[in-house]
Ligand binder design. Structure first.
Ligand code: NI
Length: 271
């Protein structure tokens, strides 16, 4: 149903055509206008706000500031919650989750039951929410494995260029993971950035509340700062084909290799 690269897949929910799948293969992203219901969106908004207000999981490192230094002073710049369904199991039974999994299974060519999954919520507070700088998701991932995944990104309110909607470099997922560095060149900051981007090629993807953009794990992407008076609440499901172990790791010097386990090493040896 798409008539342009990385374009809108019509039909709602997970009604992807062969053409949509082919376009995704070429451009590395697509969008759907509706992935959930208004009622579910309201319910999700309440859960989302409660989780951020209580900073659930901060003791276990599940809540942290992507763009700040751990324990740093001042407001949270880009607060994130990892795997919120561990705290609220009902989040694993939503229309949004089902739609995201169906779309991911179709795009990755794998049965939904075989997909690995995690999720996160990234909040951009009104007026001062930090940009999410250009990066590829795979730059964060275990370099001892080959990965093939998609991120399904849903805003809980309309996402515009001004509020920090997603921007993509179409086709960039077909290349390698580009060199990355930590935000502000500070290894204590979790967030990564790549400088190897031609922004003239960027395509913005504004979305209505409850719409989704879907991008490949090697897609070069960005989301701007939030310059509006409303928070920009995003909820992301990430699905991937089970990772395949490599004979040698990718060279990703920005990663702390102590976090990852080399082939053949026991857990004890790695610690
Ligand atoms: Ni990302």
């Amino acid at each position: 149903m798409s008539d342009r690269a990385g374009g809108e897949a019509a039909g709602g929910e997970a009604a992807l055509t062969d053409s949509d799948v082919a376009v995704f293969g070429t451009s590395g992203w697509l969008s759907l206008q509706q992935a959930t219901t208004p009622d579910e969106l309201d319910w999700l908004g309440g859960i989302y706000d409660e989780l951020f207000e209580s900073q659930t999981g901060s003791g276990a490192g599940e809540f942290f500031d992507l763009a700040g230094v751990p324990g740093g002073a001042g407001p949270q710049l880009l607060p994130q919650i990892m795997d919120p369904q561990l705290k609220v199991p009902e989040l694993g039974g939503t229309r949004f989750y089902d739609t995201a999994r169906l779309v991911a299974a179709r795009l990755l060519g794998v049965a939904g039951d075989d997909l690995a999954h995690f999720s996160h919520m990234i909040l951009k507070p009104a007026r001062y929410g930090h940009e999410t700088p250009w990066h590829q998701d795979e730059a964060y991932w275990d370099p001892y494995f080959d990965h093939d995944g998609v991120s399904v990104w849903m805003p809980l309110e309309d996402a515009s260029v001004e509020s920090g909607c997603m921007r993509f470099i179409p086709g960039s997922h077909l290349g390698p993971v580009r060199p990355h560095r930590h935000i502000h060149d500070d290894p204590q900051v979790h967030g990564l950035v790549t400088d190897d981007v031609d922004e003239r090629q960027a395509v913005a993807c504004p979305l209505p509340a409850g719409g989704i953009s879907v991008h490949h794990s090697r897609m070069v992407h960005y989301a701007g700062p939030n310059r509006t008076d409303r928070p920009r609440r995003a909820y992301i499901h990430v699905f991937s084909v089970p990772p395949r172990r490599r004979a040698a790791p990718y060279a990703r010097p920005w990663l702390d290799m102590r976090r990852f386990e080399p082939p053949g090493a026991s857990r004890e040896a790695a610690e």
